[in-house]
Design a protein around this ligand. Structure first.
Ligand code: FCB
Length: 477
C-alpha cells in the first residue's frame, strides 16, 4: 500500500493524477455504502481567512483587521492581510477544485467590500470581485454557495456598537437585499450568518475573537438576539429581492448532542438536549421562539424582544446548514431537564486544535436529531474538517494520515444517516486551503491543499486524494 501511494504521490503527482476505481458495474446491486446520486460534494472557505487584498478596490476595514493588528490578540501577531491571496489567485484555486471533482464551493462575502462602512452607498468594485468569482465557478461547473456574514463585521458598524446595536441587524438586512438583487441570478443557495454562537460567545463574551469584548450575561444575550434577528431579517430581505426559487438557509455551529450509548433512554435525552442546548440560536430560528427553560435560566439577563422579532427570526428556511466538529455526549439522568452533558475526560482525544475533540458520531446524530426535531426541507453539512500538524516531506509530499482518519470516520457516520434517509443533500469540507485560522493565525492548518504562506504555492495533501476518490466513487474511500 505504502509503495503504491508513494508512487502515486510522486513529485508531480497532484490530486489530479490519482487513479480512481470505476463506480457501478453491471448486474451488481447498488452498493449500500454509496451516497445518493447527485450528492453535492463541496468545500468551504471564508472571506477574511483566504482573500487578503484588504485595501483593494475600496474595501473598508472590518473588525478582524482591527483585532488582528492589535498586539497580543492573535498567534504571533498573524493577520489576514495576505492570507491565501485568494482575491488574486481564485482562478488557480478553481482549477484545483475542478481537479478534485468538487461540485460546490462555499465562500463568504466580505460585507466591507460591498459597503465599506457597513451601510450607505455600495461600492460596485467590491461587488465586481464576487461577480468574477461566481462567473468563474459556474464556468467550471461548480455551484456557488454564498455565506453573507462569516464574522468580518465592517469596523464602522462596530464603532456604533456592532452586534450590541439592533441597527446592525437592520443594516445586515439591507446588505443581504443588495446581494440578493445582484447575485441571485447566478447563486441559488445563500446562507445568512455563519456560526452565530461563535462570533457572539467568543467575540463578545470571552473576548478571544474580534471585537474582543467581555460583556456580561444580559449584554451577551442581547447580542445573541441581534444575531438571530439579523438572520431573520436577512431571510426576509433575500426572499423579497432574490430570483424566485432561491434557497435560503444558515450555517450553524449547533451543539450536537450524541447519546453516550445508543439506547432509547439516552437517545431520548440527546433529543431533549439538542433542542435545549441550542435554545439561543438554532432552536429559536427553527421554532420562532425561545424555549421557556432558556428564558427562565437567564432570568433578569433574558434578552428584550418583540413578537415581531420572533416572527422574523422564525422565517421559513429552505435548508439548515450544520457545521460539525466536536460534538457533545449526553446521558439520561433524573434531573428536571432529563439529561446531562457529560464533561470530556482529560484524556479524551483531540486533533491538532485542542478544541477539536474527535466525535465522528456528530455527523450521524446532528442531521438525525435536526431532522427529527424540526423536519427541515434539506440539510447541508456546511463545514467539517480538521487541523493537522502538516509538515511536507523532503520530496514535497504532505501525508496527513490523521486528517484522512478524521474524514473517513466522520464521513462514514454521515453515510449512515444519509443511508437511513435523512435529507442531507451535500457536504462541505473545511477547508480547501490552509488559511488564516482566526486567533490561531497560520499555526493551525485546516486545508486539504497545503499552502506555503511565503510563496503561496499550493500542494494537494494525501487528504485531497482521499476526498477526490470519495467524490469520484460517491463512497467513503
Ligand atoms: C469554524 C469556523 C471556520 C473555521 C473552522 C475551523 O468554527 O466557522 O471559519 O475557523 O471553524
Amino acid at each position: 500500500m505504502l509503495r503504491d501511494s508513494a508512487r502515486l504521490l510522486g513529485a508531480s503527482a497532484a490530486a489530479a493524477s490519482f487513479p480512481v476505481a470505476a463506480t457501478a458495474q453491471p448486474n451488481r446491486p447498488p452498493d449500500p455504502r454509496a451516497f445518493p446520486a447527485g450528492f453535492l460534494w463541496g468545500s468551504a472557505t471564508a472571506s477574511y481567512q483566504v482573500e487578503g487584498a484588504i485595501h483593494e478596490d475600496g474595501r473598508g476595514p472590518s473588525i478582524w483587521d482591527t483585532f488582528s493588528h492589535t498586539p497580543g490578540k492573535t498567534f504571533q501577531g498573524d493577520t489576514g492581510d495576505v492570507a491565501d491571496d485568494f482575491f488574486h489567485r481564485y482562478p488557480e484555486d478553481i482549477k484545483l477544485m475542478q481537479q478534485l471533482g468538487l461540485k460546490a464551493f462555499r465562500f463568504s462575502i466580505a460585507w466591507s467590500r460591498i459597503f465599506p462602512t457597513g451601510a450607505g452607498a455600495p461600492n460596485p468594485k467590491g461587488l465586481d470581485f464576487y461577480n468574477r468569482l461566481v462567473d468563474a465557478l459556474l464556468a467550471a461547473n461548480i455551484q456557488p454557495f454564498c455565506t453573507l456574514f462569516h464574522w468580518d463585521l465592517p469596523q464602522a458598524l462596530e464603532d456604533k456598537g456592532g452586534w450590541q446595536n439592533r441597527a446592525t441587524s437592520e443594516a445586515f438586512a439591507d446588505y443581504a437585499a443588495y446581494i440578493a438583487r445582484h447575485l441571485s441570478d447566478r447563486i441559488q443557495h445563500f446562507m445568512t450568518l455563519n456560526e452565530m454562537s461563535s462570533f457572539v460567545e467568543i467575540g463578545y463574551k470571552d473576548g478571544r475573537h474580534a471585537p474582543g469584548l467581555k460583556l456580561g450575561p444580559a449584554e451577551v444575550a442581547q447580542v445573541a438576539h441581534h444575531a438571530v434577528l439579523a438572520h431573520g431579517l436577512g431571510v426576509q430581505a433575500i426572499r423579497a429581492n432574490a430570483k424566485p426559487g432561491t434557497q435560503i438557509g444558515l450555517a450553524d455551529s449547533a451543539r450536537i448532542t450524541c447519546p453516550v450509548i445508543e439506547d432509547d433512554q439516552n437517545i431520548g435525552a440527546a433529543r431533549l438536549a439538542m433542542r435545549e442546548e441550542n435554545a439561543r440560536y438554532l432552536t429559536a430560528v427553527l421554532e420562532g421562539s425561545y424555549t421557556d427553560r432558556y428564558l427562565r435560566r437567564l432570568g433578569p439577563a433574558a434578552p428584550r424582544f418583540t413578537p415581531a422579532d420572533m416572527k422574523a427570526i422564525g422565517s421559513p428556511l429552505d435548508f439548515v446548514g450544520i457545521n460539525c466538529y466536536a460534538p457533545e455526549f449526553v446521558r439520561a439522568d433524573a434531573s428536571e431537564q432529563g439529561y446531562a452533558v457529560v464533561p470530556r475526560p482529560k484524556s479524551y482525544p483531540h486533533m491538532a486544535s485542542d478544541w477539536l475533540a474527535i466525535g465522528p458520531e456528530g455527523l450521524y446524530w446532528g442531521p438525525k436529531l435536526v431532522a427529527e426535531l424540526w423536519s427541515p426541507k434539506a440539510i447541508f453539512i456546511t463545514e467539517n474538517g480538521t487541523s493537522s500538524d502538516d509538515i511536507p516531506t523532503a520530496d514535497g509530499l504532505v501525508l496527513d494520515t490523521d486528517r484522512v482518519m478524521f474524514l473517513r470516520n466522520y464521513l462514514t457516520q454521515l453515510q449512515r444517516v444519509v443511508g437511513e434517509g435523512a435529507p442531507v443533500r451535500g457536504y462541505f469540507l473545511w477547508s480547501l486551503l490552509d488559511n488564516y485560522e482566526w486567533a490561531d493565525g497560520y499555526a493551525k492548518r485546516f486545508g486539504i491543499v497545503y499552502v506555503d504562506f511565503k510563496t503561496q504555492k499550493r500542494t494537494p495533501k494525501l487528504s485531497a486524494q482521499f476526498y477526490k476518490a470519495t467524490i469520484a466513487r460517491n463512497i467513503v474511500a
